[in-house]
Design a binder for this molecule. Sequence first.
Ligand code: NDP
Length: 296
Amino acid sequence: MPRVAFLGLGAIGTPMARHLARPEFDLAVWNRTGPKAEAMASELGVRHALTPADAARECDVVITCLPVSRNVEALLDGPDGLLATMRSGAVLVDCTSGDAATSRRMAARLAERGIGFLDAPVSGGVVGAEQGALTVMVGGDAATLERVHPVLACFGKRIVHCGAVGAGDALKAVNNALLAMHIWGTAEGLVALEKAGVKAEIALDVINTSSGRSNSSMNLFPERVLTRAFPRTFRLALLDKDVGIAADLAREHQVPSPLLQLTAELFRMAHNELGEEADHVEAAKVVERLGGAQIG
Ligand code: NDP
């Protein structure tokens, strides 16, 4: 029976890990704050690991899902680290929305020990994770992906091989930069319309059957901004990180990218203003404050 470990039981990691609690896998879960993993392990009848090394022992596939790539890199070393127990032939699948440079560095270190590495960030949000319907963007060796495909398919509906190590990270960052642009742009437009006397509900109704629509206008604004619900599903701090990765990617490849760089600045500003726990859609509140009107 394949041994699988899942490390990082955050907002998205928790529902992803739940799909791996199946009779065909021997699953261990680990989390920095131990009681979360302990509670999940006892609820699902899987193993609770006390350290990353303990989770990875004898494993075929180790999955990580932490805020940034450097958090994953920091789990590799030391007596409690993954490298203390991961064996040759195993694969580390990093589902963090990470950065390509750190992923390449990790892949090179693991390769020295015969361990495979895939960057495999996901999209689809917490709801997609709960439904096992995520899109998984994979960077790395195609044969390695084929080996771990049945594991990723437990939470991924679309598993797309994007290219070499780092390709998944790059694509995910650009996707999320577009999300950030849509949130900010939709908020600016709706605040201006409110001040011009057009209600947000009417504006969205028209935009959503017209060419200006996006996931933000169709789902996020009606469900989270107009209702003032702003549920916390994906931290603004993490979206700030993603837009920063996309802006750096464009710079690294000398692509003129004023819009990406500006979006990175705007989301850094919103993150600084609203703090670590705010949800990404709350960036609209900053636009409302600057514009002096509430949406809806
Ligand atoms: P959360 O902030 O909800 O959770 C982060 C997880 O990482 C927690 O389990 C936390 O442990 C752990 N963690 C934080 N810092 C460290 C560290 N230094 N060392 C070890 N563990 C650490 O994040 P999400 O689950 O929302 O996001 C995880 C990744 O998935 C991010 O890269 C994010 O961008 C991406 N993502 C998130 C989506 C979402 O909708 N939420 C959608 C798609 C991608 P502890 O419990 O101890 O705090």
